[in-house]
Design a protein around this ligand. Structure first.
Ligand code: GDP
Length: 601
């Protein structure tokens, strides 16, 4: 068995800073990480990269070889950088350490052609919230028209070899990004002009395709960590380990295991550990610590090799009994020589900090990790969408059971983020009218839910309109009496509004509306119709009056509006009815209010 752990010198008490890559989809996060891995692999034998579980360690020697004159290794005593392999702010917010982000530093990737996009903003918000220092990789500089590529060169060197027009073009794009950063409250500049990286954001123009600027990126990250994070990196390497669960998964031959990133101390193959679980912290004993085999030994069938111990910062797969309820994003602590109850309390306290505020009524949120749960909850809070229950885990039938009891239709909903929906839950949801929304981009998930709520509200309003008497004013036409009474059948023309059948007709006389009868049917050229719009003519039958007595040819009639309906129409639905109906309504209200100023208020 071999020992693995910090890249570089094992005796060094400064740990490797942890780096995360964030940015909008397709802006080049994965390509950039691949390039960092790829180019460092090809940089010869001296301190090649080490593949960890979920992360890649790039030692200082490799960085200085790549960066050439940009780096003097004597300036540094940090051992290198540990890159989290899964890019994106989802994994970023998943990866927490005590009270903050697990990543010590971040790279925000922005496509120079696209600038800020929705997920760029989301990433910036998360970086702000977690107060994580970051630099900007202004990616895809090679796509500026006319660009002359210089594989792997430092960016200023490459820019010098571009035409004035290309350089000008690039600068336009870079300054646009700098402006957008400023809109978000960050003062940013090209990295070579930044004096104080704590106050200003350095922008590094790069191409993940040609690796131009990648040496600069590694150098700036290294320099930034060395300058501002050295103290945080000083750890007791031999102390009991602390880490975060990245993922809970089955590993052949080991049952349920957790992939974790260790950010403090050491974990050994015989340690007792406490892991944050769905219901309570899990106390268990390590059975095996696993790391990927070095590339050279890939001929063996087994993907992983057992190691005796791992020191921060590092990624490691931990095999132990009872890990089924472990949660991604939850803390892991090594007990070793400490009071176990205190360690359990520490884990409980950390879990409690991630608690999400819930209400009596609201939607259900299911997410794959504690971090994502927290991120969704905070976004929902901003959108004023209440949560009734928030949990890590797949969507199960019991979630549907809770959702179906919601008082309002819009709360019969489950927002599922990067989790599975169990088959019987899906069936039950259909049966009970519970809607499940799935997306692995937070803002899209919430957008889809909001669209759904809007649709519900619209249809509810339509239903209200359906059941409400609509205002209308119509006139009995001259020489169009088809029948005198029982019922009276007369030709009418609608002046404004909508006349529907089965409504009461009224006549305005002596300062008040008098009901004259029920408008039973409407016939247009022999065909029964449900309604008549402004300007249309038809024959209507009215139960009650006799032509020549209660009503006359030439009379103006109204649809009789119940006071309650008039009030809803005026106060809630004015925007939803056509202008001519609005006109009929206001005339109607005016007549009523001449008599009683508070009518319909
Ligand atoms: P992610 O979604 O942010 O991880 O983006 P990817 O790394 O998958 O990149 C998205 C697309 O952009 C892919 O087709 C990449 O090949 C391309 N791409 C990424 N970086 C560069 C770059 O620097 N230059 C060019 N020309 N294309 C790039």
């Amino acid at each position: 068995d071999t020992e693995t752990g910090t890249a570089g010198d094992e005796s060094n008490a400064l740990r490797t800073p942890i780096v995360a890559v964030l940015g909008h989809v397709d802006h080049g996060k994965t390509t950039l990480l691949d390039k960092i891995r790829g180019s460092t692999v090809t940089e010869g034998e001296a301190g090649a990269i080490t593949q960890h579980i979920g992360a890649t360690a790039v030692p200082l020697e490799t960085i200085s070889e790549m960066a050439g004159s940009l780096v003097n290794p004597d300036d540094f005593d940090l051992p290198g950088l540990l890159y989290i392999d899964t890019p994106g702010h989802h994994s970023f917010s998943t990866l927490r350490s005590r009270g903050g982000a697990l990543a010590d530093i971040a790279v925000l990737v922005i496509d120079v052609n696209d600038g800020f996009q929705p997920q760029t903003l989301e990433a910036v918000d998360i970086l702000k919230r977690t107060q994580t220092p970051f630099i900007v990789a202004a990616n895809k500089v090679d796509t500026v028209p006319g660009w002359n590529p210089n594989e792997g060169e430092p960016i200023q060197q490459s820019i010098e070899q571009q035409s004035d027009r290309v350089e000008g073009d690039l600068n336009d794009r870079l300054y646009k990004i700098i402006g957008q950063l400023s809109d978000e409250g960050f003062s940013a500049d090209m990295y070579w002009r930044v004096q104080n990286f704590q106050k200003n954001i350095g922008v590094v123009p790069v191409s993940a395709m040609t690796a131009e600027g990648v040496p600069d990126l590694l150098t700036v990250l290294m320099g930034l960590s060395q300058r501002y994070m050295k103290e945080e990196m000083a750890i007791d390497v031999q102390g009991p380990g602390a880490g975060t669960v990245l993922e809970v998964k089955d590993t052949q031959g080991f049952g349920t295991t957790v992939d974790a990133v260790l950010y403090d101390g050491t974990i050994r193959a015989d340690d007792e550990i406490i892991v944050g679980g769905l219901n309570a912290p899990i106390t268990t004993e390590v059975r095996a610590l696993l790391q990927p085999r070095p590339l050279a030994e890939i001929r063996t069938e087994k993907q992983f090799e057992k190691v005796d111990e791992v020191s921060a910062a590092a990624g490691v797969k931990i095999a132990a009994p009872d890990l089924d309820d472990a949660m991604a994003g939850a803390p892991i602590r090594v007990v070793r020589n400490r009071n176990k109850d205190e360690v359990v309390a520490e884990v409980e306290k950390e879990l409690a900090e991630i608690e999400v505020r819930t209400e009596e009524q609201g939607v259900i949120v299911k997410a794959d990790t504690l971090g994502s749960l927290e991120a969704i909850a905070s976004t929902l809070d901003e959108s004023e969408i209440p949560i009734v229950r928030a949990e890590v885990g797949d969507v199960a039938p019991r979630d549907i059971r809770v959702a179906e009891t919601a008082a309002e239709d819009k709360h019969k909903a489950i927002l599922a983020f990067s989790v599975d929906i169990l088959d019987d839950a899906e069936k039950l949801a259909k049966q009970e009218g519970v809607r499940i929304f799935e997306h692995d981009v937070i803002y899209r998930l919430i957008e889809e839910y909001e669209e759904h709520v809007e649709a519900i509200e619209q249809s509810q309003q339509e239903q209200v309109l359906e059941n409400i008497t609509r205002p209308a004013r119509f006139q009995i036409l001259k020489d169009h009496t088809f029948r005198q009474s029982d019922p009276a059948v007369v030709g009418v023309e609608v002046r404004s509004g909508t006349v529907k059948r089965n409504t009461n007709a009224a006549k305005f006389e002596d300062g008040e509306f008098k009901r004259v009868g029920n408008l039973k049917s409407i016939q247009d050229e022999g065909e029964d119709v449900d309604e008549l719009r402004a300007g249309e003519r038809a024959a209507v039958s009215i139960d009650g009056p006799t032509v020549g007595r209660q009503i006359e040819e030439g009379d103006e009639l109204w649809v009789h509006l119940p006071e309650k309906h008039a009030k809803i129409l005026e106060q809630e639905l004015t925007e939803d009815i056509p202008a001519d109906e609005r006109e009929a309504l206001s005339m109607y209200l005016e007549k009523q209010r001449n008599r009683d100023p508070f009518w319909g208020k």
